[in-house]
Design a protein around this ligand. Structure first.
Ligand SMILES: Nc1nc2c(ncn2[C@@H]2O[C@H](COP(=O)(O)OP(=O)(O)O)[C@@H](O)[C@H]2O)c(=O)[nH]1
Ligand SMILES: [Mg+2]
Length: 178
C-alpha cells in the first residue's frame, strides 16, 4: 500500500470521563468500551482513509496533566472538544477552560468540532447547549456540533467521516497550491 499523501493531527480534549477514549476506541473497533483503561497523559492512535492519515491524540483530562496540554495541542490541524451530555459542568468547563487552551495554543483558525457524548444519558437541554456553542463560536472556528454515544455507537461514524472530510479538503487545497 502506498504511503498516505496527507497526515493530519487530530486532538481530542475535554474533561476526564466524558468518553474521549471510548469514542476513539469505538471507531477503531473495540466494541466493549468497558475494557478501555484510563488514559494516562496522552495516547496516540492512527486511522487511514484513502490518501489521508489521521494521527489521533487522546488526552487525559485529569488535572495534574493540564500543565502539559498546551505544548501537546501545538500543531493540531483539527481539535475535537468533548463534553458529557449528562453532566452540565463538563460543557461549562469546555467554555471556561478547554476553549481557552485551544485559543491560547492554536489561535482561532483551526477547525474545532464540539462533541456531546453519552447521548444515551442526555439530560442537558438544547437551549443550554446552543447558548454554550454561541459563546465558543466567538473564540474558536467551530465547524460542527455533533452528538454521539460511544456506548451504542451512535454518531461515531459521522464524526470520523467529518474529520476525514475536513482533512481531505485541506489536502486537496494544499495539492492545488503546490
Ligand atoms: N452511558 C455511556 N457511557 C459512556 C459513553 N462513553 C463512555 N462511557 C463510559 O464513561 C466512562 C469514561 O469513558 P472514557 O472513554 O474513559 O472517558 P475519557 O476520560 O474522556 O477518555 C467509562 O466508564 C465509559 O465506559 C457513552 O456514550 N454512554
Ligand atoms: Mg481517556
Amino acid at each position: 500500500m502506498s504511503a498516505p499523501r496527507c497526515r493530519f493531527k487530530v486532538t481530542f480534549a475535554g474533561d476526564a470521563t466524558v468518553g474521549k477514549t471510548s469514542i476513539i476506541a469505538r471507531y477503531l473497533g473495540t466494541k466493549d468500551i468497558s475494557l478501555i483503561s484510563k488514559t494516562r497523559g496522552v495516547s496516540i492512535e492512527n486511522a487511514k482513509y484513502e490518501d489521508v492519515e489521521l494521527i489521533i491524540w487522546d488526552f487525559s483530562g485529569q488535572k495534574h496533566y493540564r500543565d502539559v496540554i498546551l505544548p501537546f495541542l501545538k500543531g493540531s490541524h483539527i481539535v475535537v472538544l468533548v463534553f458529557d451530555l449528562s453532566r452540565r459542568e463538563t460543557l461549562v468547563n469546555l467554555i471556561n477552560e478547554w476553549a481557552k487552551y485551544v485559543e491560547d495554543s492554536l489561535g482561532n483558525n483551526v477547525p474545532v468540532i464540539i462533541v456531546g457524548n453519552k447521548k444515551d444519558l442526555k439530560v442537558l437541554r438544547d437551549e443550554f447547549i446552543n447558548s454554550a456553542l454561541e459563546v465558543m463560536k466567538k473564540h474558536l472556528n467551530v465547524v460542527e456540533y455533533m452528538e454521539t454515544s460511544a456506548l451504542h455507537g451512535d454518531g461515531i461514524e459521522s464524526l470520523f467521516n467529518k474529520l476525514f472530510q475536513i482533512a481531505h479538503e485541506a489536502c486537496a487545497m494544499l495539492k492545488n497550491s503546490n
